[in-house]
Design a protein around this ligand. Structure first.
Ligand code: UD1
Ligand code: CA
Length: 471
């Protein structure tokens, strides 16, 4: 409802059907599109026209739908699915105390936009008709109901495709499946709809013929936005709808200054925020409540879920789950950041590295082939190739703490709980079972204190290490 117009607007969304053609245990309207149930997109579009209340007609998997959609809506349970007209009838008791206009939508139309609903509602108010149907000239939508007009332009009836005679079937104007009606018209005519049709169902579309025959004006508003009318009836439709929603999402991001090299292979869910001048390379999926800063390069092939990424971060061929990566850090290729990993500013997590529930300090490096779990790695520490935090003793998880500027030699096993002091070093192949004081060097199995000698803690490429520098 527009602010200047006081006419109350409610909505009814039909979501009781089984969705037989989906061949699924799950209610059709709960099938996800970009990570969210398809029904949520319909409810979002309704928010844009500011409906006063929404009644969801549920039936198939009713409890599931109710649980997912939450208490913000009213629910009407249609225990037997006897058709779309019957479904709307089921919703009317929830509008008993309501006077005004009612938008009626199908829950399987996730591409419907707020703009199209606004178009329908505005046309309905402007015409003063009792009922307005959203239509389009789209003969390619062969399965859609056909609109039969009266000579004066009002709508006489809607004929379902399977009930059409050849002349009706040839009509170009089709019913997209969104309506706006005066609530009084629904109360008066819905109970009178019969079920004499190919499916023996009580069709909502038959409301048009009944109202029209009784002299109640029924109008139609044609939209040019055909895309928004896709009804999801099968998995193929679902994929089609996903493509459109993803394209819309990427388009908005591109307008906001994000480069998307290959929109066809890039998927971004609606809860994701990406800063300007970030470049997204092919094969990248950004999901959940992910937030990405500015000037990053993501991908190729990055999967980032519920994570926070700072500015000027580079992430390639990696998976991030509930992780945090601060400014100017680099991740990958082939890194796996699991929940509660925080990679500090300028830090580097390289190839075949898994990090879990750990903090990697500013400028620290874990360049290759390591498992770092339940650890705190100090700033500028260098974790040599093949280092593993042995965090699990078969019963409990323990922490490893590595001090600032420490140098962990290649292939070190850090048997937690264990602390490596600041500036300490471990020799290649050490198994560290006791705490190492700051500045000390340990080596061997189990690791023992050594006189500091540079050749004990060689990096894998045989270079003499500079403590705190990358290997
Ligand atoms: C409907 C329209 C058709 C229109 C097309 C647009 C009718 C009779 N036909 O056909 O004119 O061109 O949409 O996509 O309305 N539902 C219930 N309870 C029921 C039956 C259906 O809640 O008893 C719900 C379904 O869950 C679905 C929606 O209503 O979300 C539409 O039903 P569906 O069977 O998909 O209608 P169509 O055959 O697509
Ligand atoms: Ca449908």
């Amino acid at each position: 409802m527009t602010p200047q117009d006081p006419t109350p607007l409610a909505s009814i969304v039909l979501a009781a059907g089984k969705g037989t053609r989906m061949k699924s245990e799950r209610a059709k309207v709960l099938h996800p599109l970009l990570g969210r149930p398809m029904l949520f997109y319909v409810l979002d579009a309704l928010q844009e026209v500011q409906v006063e209340r929404t009644v969801l007609v549920i039936g198939h998997e009713a409890d599931q739908v109710r649980q997912v959609c939450g208490p913000a809506h009213r629910y009407a349970e249609q225990t037997v699915q006897r058709g779309t007209g019957h479904a709307v009838l089921t919703a009317l008791p929830a509008l008993e105390d309501f006077e005004g206009q009612v938008l009626i939508l199908y829950g399987d139309m996730p591409l419907l936009t707020g703009a199209v609903l606004q178009e329908l509602y505005a046309a309905h108010l402007a015409s003063g008709d009792d009922l307005t149907v959203l239509t389009a000239d789209a003969p390619e939508l062969r399965d859609f109901g056909r609109i039969v007009r009266q000579p004066d332009g009002h709508v006489e009836r809607i004929v379902e495709a399977r009930d059409c005679d050849p002349a009706e079937y040839a009509l170009k104007e089709v019913n997209l499946g969104a309506y706006c009606a005066k609530v009084g018209l629904l109360r008066e005519f819905l109970p009178r709809i019969g079920s004499q049709n190919a499916q023996n169902e009580i069709y909502l579309t038959d409301l048009v013929a009944l109202a029209s025959a009784a002299g109640r004006p029924v109008g139609a508003v044609q939209t040019a936005d055909l895309e928004s009318s896709l009804g999801v009836n099968s998995r193929a439709d679902l994929a089609q709808a996903g493509l459109v929603l993803n394209r819309r999402m990427l388009h908005r991001m591109m307008l906001d200054g994000v480069t998307v090299l290959d929109p066809a292979s890039t998927w971004v869910e609606p809860g994701v925020r990406v800063g300007p001048d970030t470049e997204i390379l092919p094969g990248t999926m950004l999901s959940g409540q992910t937030v990405i800063g500015t000037g990053c390069v993501l991908g190729p092939h990055a999967r980032i879920v519920d994570s926070r990424v700072g500015d000027r971060v580079r992430i390639q061929h990696s998976v991030l789950l509930q992780a945090e990566v601060e400014d100017e850090a680099t991740v990958g290729p082939f890194a796996y950041l699991r929940p509660d990993s925080r990679i500090g500013p300028g830090a580097r997590v390289g190839d075949f590295v898994e990090i879990k529930n750990s903090v990697i300090g500013a400028g620290a490096k874990v360049p290759h082939l390591s498992y770092v779990g339940d650890a705190d790695v100090g700033s500028r520490a260098n974790i040599g190739c093949g280092t593993i935090t042995c965090n699990y003793d078969g019963t409990a998880k323990h922490r490893t703490v590595i001090g600032e500027g420490a140098f962990i030699g290649s292939n070190t096993s850090l048997v937690a709980p264990v602390r490596i002091g600041a500036g300490a070093a471990t020799g290649a192949g050490s198994v560290v079972v006791r705490d190492v004081p700051a500045g000390a060097l340990v080596a061997g199995v189990p690791a023992r204190p050594m006189r500091r000698r540079d050749d004990v803690c060689q990096s894998p490429d045989g270079q003499t290490p500079n403590r705190g520098e990358e290997s």
